[in-house]
Design a protein around this ligand. Structure first.
Ligand SMILES: [Zn+2]
Length: 493
């Protein structure tokens, strides 16, 4: 159905209407999405829909809308996830405010009798300054402490905006903070390149949807320049009174080995760091990450699920409230992680190879269908591969793989089997036509190791990558496919 004929806009259209209105300064807002639409009569929404539709005529936005009408359901789902990053200061309860969507992650303010405590500090100093300004409009109490849930730069780059010169401010983190950052890696150049692909940093705006648990683009104003080192650290847990409130900080290995969670019993509020957000967890990052301790990650979330949490603040995506709901979400998250872990271990002990293990592990439907376990960011098979390699390294147990043929030798044999290079190229085109995209990529890679015309093969490979991106729910995978396709195209010009 054409956009302009729809009586009531769907969620995606609401976001677009909102973007249009904001762009044209028809509304200046900072209030909750749910209330926002409840307060607009349906007739007005229809009118706005029509205005929006007309305003977009002959523009690239219209093209995008037309594409959306035939887009894959996975892409629509991924688009709807973007509502998680609408910039907003959310008041969660009397004492807690969460800044969502100002940068890639969340920063929070907890107000106590004697001052405020900040939890996580965003990535760009410029974004952190904006949030600090918003927080100061709410209270002028002094910042007594800042807690880092972990060392990733998207949570620690903007500290100075909140604490100034940090004199007298406790900056709290776990012992071992920042030990595993990639800037110290000998393979930093390739990590950087892969990072750019995973996050779609060089993609044109029209190809970007989001980053799974973060907006498609994030501020670049003085990235990391506000970082301040912790001056207070602890090993397992720390019970501390900050700004007049009692805080519990617990070590919780998971996404990183310096992860912690913050529990404030009097406020029934939990800050999970990146061990929880609204997506299947990123048990392995395709930008290239060290092993993330999957078992500990599951157990950390399990531990959180035993607390009587009324308010949950994730490291990314919007906060949640309601004891029963929060409990359910934490519980299914822990179950999903531990299930992937245990299934992988069991398959390995059966003597399964890496690929057989990947093929055998699957989340139960009751978990797979949960809204907080959609694979927007993490992906089950990537987690399985990571666990497998962690325990046994590269050799998968099959002696065929002890001394495999070189890539070009194997390609030569396979091409011969296919009846020669031209026949293989025909098969490659058939694979594209018949929508066997993954198989097509394999054929293209064989051909690229022969003397066959590279430009022609690359042209098809680019189409295959874009076709896969057009049906991928996982944002890092989608961004990677598209970035790689663009690079291939540029390099073959
Ligand atoms: Zn993060």
């Amino acid at each position: 159905m054409p956009f302009s004929q729809m009586a009531v806009p769907n969620k995606e259209q609401k976001i677009q209407i909102e973007m249009y209105l904001k762009k044209n300064q028809l509304i200046v807002t900072r209030f909750r999405a749910a209330k926002r639409y409840a307060s607009i009569p349906k007739v007005t929404l229809l009118l706005l829909t029509v205005i929006f539709s007309q305003a977009c005529q002959n523009s690239s936005e219209e093209n995008t809308l037309q594409e959306q009408t035939k887009e894959h359901p996975n892409i629509s789902k991924l688009r709807s996830q973007s509502a998680e990053f609408t910039p907003e200061i959310i008041q969660l309860n009397k004492n807690v405010y969460v800044a969502v969507g100002f940068d890639g992650s969340n920063a929070s303010m907890v107000i106590g009798e004697q001052g405020v405590v900040i939890i996580d500090a965003l990535r760009a100093l410029g974004a952190a300054e904006k949030v600090a300004e918003e927080f100061q409009k709410i209270t002028d109490k002094p910042v007594k402490a800042l807690i880092y849930t972990h060392s990733h730069q998207d949570h620690s780059g903007g500290t100075a905006a909140f604490v100034g010169d940090s004199q007298g401010v406790k900056i709290i983190a776990r012992a071992g903070f920042k030990d595993e950052l990639q800037e110290r890696s000998p393979v930093e150049p390739i990590l950087k390149q892969r990072n750019a692909r995973q996050f779609g940093r060089n993609l044109p705006a029209e190809e970007v949807i989001n980053r799974g648990v973060a907006p498609g683009t994030t501020p670049t104003d003085r990235v990391g320049e506000g970082y301040i080192e912790p001056n207070t650290t602890f090993e397992d847990s720390m019970l501390v009174t900050l700004a007049g409130l009692d805080f519990e900080l617990h070590a919780a290995n998971g996404e990183t080995n310096d992860q912690l969670f913050v529990w404030i019993p009097a406020l029934e509020t939990l800050f999970t760091g990146d061990n929880y957000y609204k997506s299947f967890p990123n048990l392995y990052a395709i930008r290239g990450s060290q092993y993330r301790d999957v078992k500990s990650w599951g157990e950390s979330v399990q531990k959180m699920s035993t607390l009587p949490v009324e308010y949950l603040v994730p490291g990314h995506t919007r906060p949640l409230s309601g004891k029963a709901l929060v409990h359910r979400r934490l519980k299914n998250y822990a179950t999903a992680i531990l299930s992937v872990y245990q299934q992988t271990i069991d398959a390995m002990n059966q003597g399964y190879t890496l690929q057989q293990t990947v093929d055998s592990v699957r989340l139960a439907d009751s978990l797979r269908n949960q809204p907080n376990l959609q694979e927007f960011y993490g992906s089950v098979p990537w987690g399985v591969r990571s666990i497998f390699l962690h325990y046994v390294g590269w050799f998968d147990g099959n002696p065929t793989n002890l001394y495999p043929l070189s890539g070009s030798q194997e390609a030569k044999h396979i091409v011969e089997l296919a009846g020669g290079e031209q026949k293989m190229f025909d098969q490659l085109n058939d694979a594209l036509k018949e929508e066997h995209y993954q198989w097509g990529l394999r054929l293209a890679d064989y051909l690229l190791q022969t003397d066959y015309e590279k430009t022609k093969v690359i042209e098809v490979k680019v189409k295959l990558l874009r076709a896969l991106a057009a049906q991928q729910i996982n944002a890092p995978a989608r961004n990677y496919y598209l970035s790689y396709a663009n690079e291939l195209e540029r390099n073959s010009e």
